[in-house]
Ligand binder design. Structure first.
Ligand code: CAA
Length: 283
């Protein structure tokens, strides 16, 4: 199936990034959010990213305008009636995602693929509320979307081969590398990344080293672009905790227990960069 029209649900950090890369690849994009201000904030981020590309000589002013012209505002899920694929990037909450997928299943054309950008919720469980579980799939982009090359493509239990192939081809068109992953807690990215971050938090909690030292070891010793505690702040400590809980519950192994210090920070509202304070303080 050839994809031409894409709908992205959620104009936040991930959704706006996904909309940007889709529009850059030439797709018609409907960017949906519940409120005008959320859409405008997302569009503003995209516009700033494109302006930087122009400034750096990676795009012309005309190319920037063409990308923006391919993005249409949507404030109603009814706009799903006329698209080939929907990529959902709403909040990481199973009830909300299931409610969105139920509605999409009613509204979207029969051929449309329903994809989710979830970082850790089971694709199979989201697919189960629809009458087309074979057309439901995970497309897990990494943050920041315009920069990161990877898309984890997650097959739910019922995902059809041709749906996987279509999404793998679209991922290539986006200039990204897709990897095929089966639907198990945390998929691959977060099954490996989050226990590393959690272990770094344990090292801090047990007084093995300072936060700066822990980050320096991984940055300079292992060539990671960010140390694990800085990365945790970047991802959001509430998100880190929620993913650790999903791993712990889903895999039933105590090696995935979330560090008490992580729980304490989240309880304090120290959620990382977005709240101004996590392991580090952000002005
Ligand atoms: N949107 C668009 N572009 C961005 C960006 C953003 N949010 N943040 C950075 N960039 C661009 C910058 O504009 C810059 O491009 P140019 O200078 O060429 O114009 C380039 O990326 C490099 O940025 P900086 O020089 O500011 O800083 P940096 O070299 O430290 O790179 C980084 C920033 C790309 C974020 C880098 O630190 C990095 O790769 N960090 C790790 C990111 C990571 O691990 N992401 C995965 C998180 S986990 C996840 O997403 C999955 C999940 O489910 C939790």
């Amino acid at each position: 199936m050839a994809i031409q029209k894409v709908m992205v649900i959620g104009a936040g950090q991930m959704g706006s990034g996904i909309a940007q890369v889709c529009a850059q690849a030439g797709y018609e994009v409907i960017l949906n959010d519940m409120k005008d201000e959320f859409f405008e904030r997302g569009l503003n981020t995209i516009t700033k990213n494109l302006a930087r590309d122009v400034e750096k000589g990676r795009k012309t002013e005309e190319e920037k305008s063409a990308v923006l012209a391919r993005i249409t505002k949507s404030l109603t899920i009814e706009d799903a009636k006329d698209v080939d694929i929907i990529i959902e990037a709403a909040v990481e909450n199973m009830d909300i995602k299931q409610s969105i997928f139920k509605q999409l299943d009613e509204i979207a054309p029969k051929h449309a693929i329903l994809a989710t950008n979830t970082s850790s919720l089971p694709i199979t469980e989201i697919a189960a509320v629809t009458k087309r579980p074979e057309q439901v799939i995970g497309m897990h982009f990494m943050n920041p979307v315009p920069v990161m090359k990877l898309v984890e493509i997650i097959r739910g239990l019922a995902t059809a081969d041709e749906v996987y192939e279509t999404v793998a081809e679209m991922t290539k068109q986006l200039g990204k590398t897709g990897v095929e992953v089966n639907d198990f807690p945390g998929f691959i990215s977060n099954r490996i990344l989050l226990p590393m971050i959690n272990e770094a938090i344990y090292a801090l909690y047990e007084g093995v080293a300072s936060k700066e030292a822990i980050d320096d070891v991984m940055k300079m010793g292992m060539n990671h672009p960010m140390g694990p505690l800085t990365l945790a702040d970047f991802i959001g400590l509430d998100t880190c905790l929620s993913i650790m809980e999903i791993l712990h519950e889903g895999l039933g192994d105590s090696k995935y227990r979330p560090c008490p210090l992580l729980r304490k920070y989240v309880a304090a509202g120290w959620l990382g960069k977005k709240s101004g304070r996590g392991f580090y303080i952000y002005e």
